[in-house]
Design a protein around this ligand. Structure first.
Ligand code: AMP
Ligand code: MG
Length: 348
C-alpha cells in the first residue's frame, strides 16, 4: 500500500491546508485508516462505526484484539449517540479538560461503535483532542474516530510524523503531518462509570488537576505494580519499549556511571538517558538528554523520541535516570517503568 503524506500548516487556521484535511477525511469515510497529530501523540484514526476500518487499525499496528481503542470526537453533541448516560462527574471533567488530554470511560450505547473498538466491553473510552488538525479532521469526516497511538504495538508512541512513517509506511493509507505533538505522552484515562472516578492510566492531565474538579479520585493499583491485573486492558502489555533492554537506575550520577563502566568492560554499547542538567556528568557511547529537571513537561515531550533514538544507535543496554513522580512526572515514570519492564537497579 502506498502511504500518502499530507503536510499541513496549522499556524494559519489551516486555511492553506484544508484541501489536505478534506482528502484525508475522504479516506476515513471510505474506511481507510489515517494517522494524524493530536496534542498528546500521533493517533491512527479510523471510522469507529465500521468493523472493516477498525480491523485495519489493529492489523496495521499488530495490536492485540483485547486492547480497546479510544474514540475521538470533535463536539460534545456526538456523545449522545455513543453513550447511555453522562454522569455528573464526567460532565465536570469534560467542562474542565475537553478539548484536552483526558479520556473518559462511559457506559456504551449498544451497537453505537464496532464491538472491536470496545473489545467486547460494555464501556467505551472517549476523548476530544486539543489539536486544530485532529478536530478539523474529525469534523470533516463527520465520524467518531477510533484512534490508538500510531506506532507498531509495543514501540514508543510517535510524537512526530517521521516516527509514524518509520513504523507504518506501507501499512496505512496516509499520514497527516502537522509537526511535533505538544504533551508527548498519551491522555489520562479516567473511569467515570463508578461513583468515585478512577484513574486507569496516568497521562497529560494530572491526578491533582482532576481532584481539583471532582474531589476524591481513585487510582487503579495496577498502575504501580507489574503484578496486579489492570482494569484498563491495554495496561497489561509491554509498551513503549526501545529495542535494547532498559534499566531505571535509582541513585547518584556516580553510581549510574559506575554501571556504565561495568557494562562497557563487558564490551557492551551503552546508552544513558539523562537530563540537560546531568548530561555532562556521563561518559558512555550515547548520552541523551530528554529535557530539563526544572521543567518536567519538556521531559514528557521528548521521552519517546529519546527512546527511539537509542534504536537508531544500535545500543545494547540503556540506563536511565529516574524523574520526580509529581505532576506529569507520574505519567513519565509510568511510561518509563513500562518501557523498562519494571527493571530497576538501586544504589541502596
Ligand atoms: P492507546 O489507544 O494505545 O492510547 O490505548 C488506549 C488505552 O485506553 C488502553 O490502555 C486501553 O486499555 C484503554 N481503554 C480503552 N477503552 C477502554 C475501556 N472501555 N475500559 C477501560 N480501558 C479502556
Ligand atoms: Mg498506544
Amino acid at each position: 500500500m502506498n502511504t500518502k503524506v499530507w503536510l499541513v500548516d496549522n499556524t494559519d487556521n489551516l486555511s492553506t491546508s484544508f484541501t489536505h484535511i478534506t482528502e484525508a477525511a475522504h479516506f476515513l469515510q471510505h474506511n481507510e485508516v489515517v494517522a494524524f497529530p493530536t496534542e498528546t501523540v500521533y493517533g491512527l484514526g479510523g471510522n469507529a462505526t465500521s468493523t472493516d476500518a477498525v480491523d485495519k487499525i489493529f492489523n496495521a499496528k499488530g495490536r492485540p484484539g483485547d486492547n480497546p481503542l479510544i474514540v475521538h470526537i470533535s463536539n460534545v453533541s456526538q456523545l449522545n449517540a455513543l453513550v447511555t448516560d453522562v454522569p455528573s462527574v464526567a460532565e465536570k471533567l469534560m467542562d474542565a479538560f475537553w478539548p484536552g488530554p483526558l479520556t473518559i470511560i462511559f457506559q456504551a450505547k449498544d451497537g453505537a461503535v464496532s464491538d472491536r473498538v470496545t473489545a467486547g466491553l460494555s464501556t467505551v473510552a472517549i476523548r476530544m483532542p486539543d489539536h486544530p488538525v485532529a478536530l478539523a479532521l474529525i469534523e470533516e469526516s463527520g465520524l467518531p474516530l477510533a484512534a490508538p497511538s500510531a506506532n507498531l504495538s509495543g514501540k514508543p508512541s510517535p510524537t512526530t510524523a517521521q516516527h509514524v512513517f518509520e513504523d507504518l509506511n506501507g501499512r496505512i493509507a496516509g499520514i497527516v503531518d502537522g509537526g511535533p505533538t505538544g504533551v508527548g505522552l498519551e491522555s489520562t484515562v479516567v473511569d467515570c462509570t463508578e461513583v468515585i472516578p478512577t484513574i486507569l492510566r496516568p497521562g497529560g492531565v494530572t491526578k491533582v488537576q482532576i481532584e481539583e474538579v471532582v474531589g476524591r479520585v481513585g487510582i487503579d493499583p495496577a498502575i504501580k505494580s507489574a503484578h496486579e491485573a489492570p482494569k484498563s486492558p491495554g495496561m497489561k502489555y509491554t509498551h513503549y519499549a526501545p529495542k535494547a533492554p532498559l534499566f531505571i537506575v535509582e541513585g547518584t550520577t556516580d553510581f549510574l556511571q559506575m554501571l556504565v563502566d561495568q557494562e562497557k568492560a563487558e564490551g557492551k554499547k551503552v546508552g544513558v538517558l539523562a537530563t540537560t542538567e546531568t548530561v555532562p556528568r556521563y561518559k558512555a557511547d550515547v548520552v541523551l538528554s530528554c529535557g530539563s529537571r526544572e521543567d518536567l513537561s519538556s521531559i514528557a515531550q521528548n521521552l519517546y523520541d529519546s527512546l527511539r533514538r537509542f534504536d537508531h544507535e544500535n545500543i545494547d543496554i540503556i540506563l536511565s535516570e529516574t524523574f520526580p513522580a509529581t505532576g506529569v512526572g507520574e505519567a513519565i515514570m509510568n511510561r518509563l517503568e513500562k518501557a523498562a519492564g519494571f527493571q530497576k537497579i538501586s544504589e541502596k
